[in-house]
Design a protein around this ligand. Structure first.
Ligand code: MN
Length: 213
């Protein structure tokens, strides 16, 4: 416990003096979902703020959709608070946020503009699909860790805001993880698992799998 009385002074090469309070170090030098706590002495209001979610994302992409997820990487004040936010843009007639899951979060989606077909699938053994057509003002919740998706089924652009219950929810895009794995998964595994012809598996594995963000 005597360590709590100490302070360490480090002189770096540019003679910047850094004080590390051992008490802080012990409590806060902890990686939270891969992110170190910031010394509160150096925190500013900007750490708790982010600007730019009024700007539509670039939807000229493979999936014709774009996810702008603001995690603790972009907004340090989120760290340890268990919350993050995303803006999702969809091009008309099929713009897609493809099937994916968040290993560390549930998600609640609010549609601001457009018409979305959204759903999630429950885990083994039932794999029940819960899906709905959503209009502006509608909410839909995707429970923790379940595969979910949204597609714009209207003929105008769609915009949604998603709140997630982690400062670093993680995203695992299913198709990309399976067919875009680096290194590729042995095709025999996918041939059997997906009931596919090996040639088709190899063709899928040779394609580019672009993440929606
Ligand atoms: Mn999601």
């Amino acid at each position: 416990m005597f360590l709590f009385l100490y302070k360490i002074i480090i002189f770096s090469s540019d003679e910047l003096i850094i004080y590390i309070n051992i008490n802080t170090l012990l409590v806060c030098a902890v990686v939270v979902n891969g992110k170190l706590c910031k010394n509160p002495s150096f925190a500013t209001a900007d750490d708790f703020s982010y600007s730019g979610l009024n700007v539509p994302g670039n939807t000229s992409t493979q999936l014709r959709g774009h996810v702008n997820l603001i995690t603790a990487d972009l907004m340090p004040g989120l760290n340890t608070l268990g919350v993050s936010l995303a803006r999702i843009d969809f091009e008309p007639n099929g713009g897609l946020n493809p099937p994916h899951y968040h290993p560390r979060a549930s998600e609640v989606l609010l549609v601001l503009e457009g018409t979305l077909y959204a759903g999630f699938v429950t885990s083994n053994p039932d794999h029940r699909l819960f899906s709905k057509i959503l209009k502006p003002g509608d909410l839909f919740v995707f429970p923790f860790g379940l595969v979910h998706f949204q597609m714009n089924v209207g003929n105008t652009p769609a915009v949604a805001i998603a709140a997630l219950t982690s400062q670093n929810p993680g995203v695992n895009t299913v198709a990309n993880a399976i067919f875009g794995a680096n290194w590729p998964i042995n095709a025999e595994v996918l041939t059997t698992a997906f009931h596919l012809d090996k040639k088709l598996v190899e063709d899928l594995q040779s394609q580019e799998w672009v993440n929606p963000s």
